[in-house]
Design a protein around this ligand. Structure first.
Ligand SMILES: Cc1cc2nc3c(=O)[nH]c(=O)nc-3n(C[C@H](O)[C@H](O)[C@H](O)COP(=O)(O)OP(=O)(O)OC[C@H]3O[C@@H](n4cnc5c(N)ncnc54)[C@H](O)[C@@H]3O)c2cc1C
Length: 437
């Protein structure tokens, strides 16, 4: 089926769904919205977009790729590496899709220079609820819409095609692990490294309140040895004790995939014997997420594990880490420097303040189990309001509606919605992303 025929089919589904309440999209790969005990997020009516998963054009000379939104990063990286290229932002889990990365704000270890995946996109084709096909680009046609489909979790329009930049790559990555014994030393090193702009990859791990490791990576043509993190070795454990490492470029991009960062350890998967015996069956973020959806009774409804990213201005990072050490004291904590080149219009300008800050740190919590009756998601939300930080909406959200719309930009969201979905087929952003505990 051609891309145009797929769009025609989906437009037909959209028109049949009109007037029946909010709908949600069904892709072929599992969602990386955190699985919940109840509710799938989004409406009851399903729009099948599972065949939108192909590369449409790989322009090696021009270093761009045009593809459908359900394409996974693993499939994309394999195709581009064959030409010595990679996308300018590769989220760390294999089956995150390029459409989901835009709608749900993906960032990774190249984000200190290049921002998130959306920041490296050049054009989107989107389908409105009425089946109208629109082309959007940052500076050109439908510029506001281009930016509003980012971070709004599919509530504005269905992205049906993306054109994005590629970068030259080499077959291997050399990593140097810089160990720091204090928050101050780690934050100073991040600022210095990001300021120098001479590292291709930068991310970090908080291992305890006085133990941080900065992971600095470069593409290289040759490697004296190669490590794999798909089975017996867990990447975060190696990073904690090694001073350097080599891996293939594909292995590097998905180094956190087998353990789903370190969520696997909550289910015994860090035990070497368990890994040896059943690791090949259970390791891998795709399997873990699919299993969690098939066995929802494994998820505690009253005290769900905290899996969430928060974006904090670097000037407030020290304050955040003090709070985090005191209230959560849960490690590792993933730390990703994230350059926001221009304020995103889906965030309220009043909330961020005039101009905002360019460098944020993404602190990602993976699998914290609440140790008492407090609502730890809410604790994070309250702290973020104080620090003018943003929480991704991928898991449990407890903002009050009015509070939420003081942080997210109601005016810009309403304006985009009037243009693409006045009857609310794609749902309301607050209703889609929030749940009561
Ligand atoms: C355990 C875990 C680990 C994670 N680790 C990382 C990480 O290492 N790096 C990182 O960057 N991110 C990470 N994430 C976050 C992830 O990038 C986001 O959740 C992202 O949105 C997932 O994309 P997906 O392809 O799975 O899309 P989905 O989860 O299926 O969709 C995400 C949202 O986008 C909407 N959407 C999907 N496709 C489209 C489309 N074509 N048009 C419009 N809207 C659409 C959906 O309706 C939904 O609201 C992680 C998430 C989890 C749960």
């Amino acid at each position: 089926m051609t891309h145009e025929q797929k769009i025609e089919r989906i437009a037909g589904e959209l028109s049949r769904a009109a007037g029946q309440g909010a709908a949600r999209f069904r892709k072929s790969s599992p969602s990386h919205q955190v699985p919940k005990r109840r509710g799938k997020g989004g409406g009851a009516r399903v729009i099948d977009v599972s065949d939108l998963d192909e590369i449409l054009e790989l322009d090696v000379e021009g270093r761009t790729c045009t593809a459908e939104p359900g394409l996974t990063f693993d499939a994309l990286v394999q195709a581009t590496l064959a030409h010595g290229l990679v996308p300018a932002c590769v989220p760390e889990l294999k089956t995150i899709t390029i459409g989901g990365a835009v709608a749900g704000c993906s960032v990774e270890s190249m984000s200190h220079r290049l921002g998130g995946f959306h920041d490296n996109c050049l054009e989107y084709e989107v389908l409105t609820a009425k089946g109208e096909v629109l082309c959007c680009s940052r500076e050109g046609e439908n510029g506001q819409l281009f930016d509003m489909v980012h971070g709004t979790f599919g509530t504005i329009a269905l992205i049906t095609r993306l054109k994005f930049s590629l970068l030259p790559a080499k077959p291997y990555v050399h990593l140097v692990f810089e160990h720091h014994d204090s928050v101050e030393s780690c934050l100073a090193a991040i600022e210095e490294r990001v300021g120098r702009a001479d590292s291709t990859f930068i991310d970090g791990l908080g291992l305890s309140p006085g133990n941080f490791v900065l992971c600095l990576g470069e593409f290289v043509d040759e490697a004296p040895y190669l490590h794999s993190y798909q089975w017996m070795r867990a990447y975060h454990r190696s990073a904690a004790r090694m001073s350097e490492d080599y891996m293939t470029a594909r292995e590097y991009f998905f180094r956190y995939d087998a353990d789903c960062h370190w969520i696997g350890r909550n289910y015994g998967l860090e035990n070497p014997l368990v890994r040896l015996l059943v690791g090949k069956i259970f390791l891998g973020s795709t399997r873990m997420l699919s299993l969690a959806r098939k066995l929802p009774f494994m998820i505690r409804a009253d005290k769900p594990e905290v899996v969430v990213d928060v974006f904090v201005p670097i000037s407030k990072a020290r304050d955040f880490l003090d709070f985090y050490g005191r209230e959560f004291n849960y490690w590792p904590l993933w730390i990703v420097p994230y350059r926001i080149a221009r304020p995103y219009p889906w965030i309220s300008p009043e909330f961020l303040g005039m101009g905002g800050e360019e460098l944020y740190l993404d602190f990602a919590v993976y699998g914290f189990r609440p140790r008492d009756g407090r609502n730890y998601f809410r604790l994070l939300e309250e702290k973020l309001v104080e620090l003018k930080g943003i929480k991704t909406l991928i898991s449990h959200n407890f903002y009050e509606r009015q509070e939420f719309w003081r942080i997210w930009n109601r005016g810009a969201w309403d304006a985009a919605k009037r243009r693409t979905d006045p009857e609310g087929l794609f749902g309301d952003l607050y209703d889609k992303t929030h749940r009561r505990g």
